[in-house]
Design a protein around this ligand. Structure first.
Ligand SMILES: Nc1ncnc2c1ncn2[C@@H]1O[C@H](COP(=O)(O)OP(=O)(O)O)[C@@H](O)[C@H]1O
Ligand SMILES: [Mg+2]
Length: 148
């Protein structure tokens, strides 16, 4: 478990970028996609963290909050991974709504990295070894980020 306190969105992005480097170094899992399960209140820094993470895994496009589209995909420029999926489950009421998006197939491909905001809403569909990342709002500029 790693606990960070960040004092700016830039620091939060840097932590995301570091985790990306670590995941690239570890390489793909054998059978499943690498899943990041992000939880914590609105404004906690989940999307900000993923902007740094996406940069770290070699996504060239800018990551925005996908709240209204639920899922977006980005090509990854790396030998070990192909695609980065960014999901936001804020509007999801039943975990199985993800099946409509082809979630099971995406999950079964080790070349995918999947980051899920509001992951607790779809918890039962996530692999046991997902990386859990929780965000706490301390004040206007400070956030606590715990990576498990
Ligand atoms: N230490 C910090 N870490 C991350 N974001 C911060 C921090 N301090 C201020 N912010 C601001 O808080 C907001 C976080 O929003 P966002 O990343 O969209 O959160 P979430 O996706 O969890 O709702 C942004 O406007 C960001 O600029
Ligand atoms: Mg967000």
């Amino acid at each position: 478990m790693l606990k960070h306190i960040t004092k700016s969105s830039l620091q939060t992005k840097k932590i995301g970028e570091e985790l990306a480097k670590k995941i690239l170094k570890e390489g793909p899992k054998k059978k499943k996609a690498q899943v990041l399960a992000l939880n914590g209140e609105l404004g906690g820094g989940k999307t900000t963290f993923l902007q740094g993470f996406a940069k770290g895994i070699g996504v060239k496009k800018r990551i925005l909050s996908p709240t209204f589209v639920i899922m977006k995909s980005f090509k990854i420029d790396s030998p070990s991974f192909n695609t980065f999926y960014h999901l936001d489950c804020y509007r999801i009421k039943k975990a199985r709504e993800l099946f409509i998006l082809g979630f099971e197939e995406i999950l079964s491909n080790p070349k995918n990295i999947i980051a899920i905001e509001w992951a607790e809403r779809v918890q039962k569909l996530l692999p046991k070894n997902s990386k859990l990342i929780t965000f706490k709002f301390y004040n206007k500029k400070e956030r606590e980020i715990i990576i498990k």
